[in-house]
Write a protein that binds this ligand. Structure first.
Ligand SMILES: C=C(CC[C@@H](C)[C@H]1CC[C@H]2C3=CC[C@H]4[C@H](C)[C@@H](O)CC[C@]4(C)[C@H]3CC[C@]12C)C(C)C
Ligand SMILES: C[S@@+](CC[C@H](N)C(=O)[O-])C[C@H]1O[C@@H](n2cnc3c(N)ncnc32)[C@H](O)[C@@H]1O
Length: 362
């Protein structure tokens, strides 16, 4: 009898400890105020709960091409990117924050501060005046937009292909009290619903890598900019260390493309050439990941234990029917992608922050 009582006490303690721990990680861990989401709120973006698994399979079907990663026609890319962001937006917000990009680590600063400084650097290059009208091409849920509007007092108009991100960005803008400075439009940055010569400046942060042809998005940005104004972009590219004859390099780059909805990663050499081709003057070009900058991929590597914990949380929530079924597959895909990205950083063959600053001539 005594043994039975002890067993029962042990069982109840285990339930309380594990259940309480799980509740903490699923519902409370990480301030939702800062990050935007808790695990129990994970959804499939604009996809209905029961369509998430199908959306995930559809995402992979884009890669089923005889040449591996190549998507057969570039007009399929915006739909493929939209599906991807329906699947990942909540997981990104939950596990990373409201800014969907990397930044070099800064000793003594939090990830949040380093992110903000990386965003402010872009806008300092544009030399913005309060009241200027600025385009954010590929704005995500608006983390950079809010930081830049608060820092400069400029009016930011963001565009994203994903309807769910528009909803999230508008809600965050309102909550931050920045909705009078920040506007969000759902649309394709390859064909923007904006008049010619209507912006005083533009930026894109880790977004134009999704364009099947970079000249198409650069040409559109060039069209909407006023003559004399500046455009800055942080591009995802392969570096001078990438060797296309090295199977390990190729595997890393293909892994990054597969897990990040990229039609094909470009070489750093292509960026200035394409900007010039559409009419821009190249003012400055620099890989912001190069030393003395500290590694941008440290957070990904250090986060591994947290990603295992997230994997358990997501699996249990999907099993309980709280999170949509396909969310576990999406999370597993991101888990693998994090490794490829870290390898891209370690080998130095890839950078997500090849910065180019261009001017539309007077
Ligand atoms: C610019 C793009 C996105 C860059 C990054 C914001 C994201 C790239 C890989 C993402 C992640 C990988 C691992 C996830 C982890 C398994 C999960 O538990 C929590 C979220 C991750 C850390 C997630 C967060 C965002 C990324 C770092 C691309 C798409 C052009
Ligand atoms: C990695 S996120 C970066 C978001 C934001 N710049 C940030 O740093 O938080 C890429 C963004 O580009 C957008 N995007 C990709 N292709 C697009 C297209 N064809 N038209 C409009 N937006 C697009 C995605 O919807 C997403 O918002």
């Amino acid at each position: 009898m005594e043994f039975f009582n002890e067993l029962l006490t042990l069982f109840c303690t285990a339930v309380v400890v594990f259940g309480g721990g799980f509740f903490y990680f699923a519902c409370l861990f990480g301030s939702a105020e800062q990050k935007g989401k808790n695990a129990v709120q994970l959804s499939g973006g604009s996809l209905a709960k029961e369509k998430v698994q199908e959306g995930y399979e559809q995402y992979w079907s884009f890669f089923r091409h005889p040449n591996g990663n190549e998507i057969d026609t570039s007009d399929k890319v915006p739909a493929f990117v939209d599906t991807f962001y329906n699947l990942v937006t909540d997981i990104y917000e939950w596990g990373w924050g409201q800014s969907f990009h990397f930044s070099p680590r800064i000793s003594g600063k939090s990830h949040r501060d380093a992110t903000r400084m990386h965003e402010e650097m872009a806008v300092n290059l544009l030399d913005l005046k309060p009241g200027a009208r600025i385009l954010d091409a590929g704005c995500g849920v608006g983390g950079p937009m809010r930081a830049i509007a608060a820092h400069s007092g400029a009016n930011i108009v963001g565009i994203t292909i994903n309807e769910y991100q528009v909803k999230r960005a508008r809600a965050h803008n309102k909550k931050a009290g920045l909705d009078s400075l920040c506007e969000v439009v759902c649309g394709n940055f390859l064909q923007m619903p904006f008049a010619d010569n209507s912006f005083d400046g533009a930026y894109s942060i880790e977004a134009t890598c999704h364009a099947p042809k970079l000249e198409e998005v650069y040409r559109e940005i060039y069209r909407v900019l006023k003559p004399g104004s500046l455009y800055v972009s942080y591009e995802w590219v392969t570096t001078e260390l990438y060797d296309s004859d090295d199977p390990e390099h190729v595997e890393i780059i293909r892994g990054i493309e597969r897990g990040d909805a990229l039609p094909r990663l470009r070489s750093y050499k292509d960026i200035a050439e394409i900007a010039t081709k559409v009419g821009f003057e190249v003012v400055k070009e620099k890989d912001l990941a190069k030393p003395p900058a500290e590694p941008w991929w440290t957070r990904l590597k250090m986060g591994r234990i947290a990603y295992w914990r997230n994997h358990v949380v997501v699996t249990v929530l999907a099993w309980l029917g709280i999170a949509p079924k396909g969310v576990t597959d999406v999370h597993d895909m991101l888990f693998v992608t994090a490794d490829y990205l870290a390898k891209g950083g370690d080998t130095g063959i890839f950078t997500p922050m090849h910065m180019i600053l261009c001017r539309k001539p007077e």
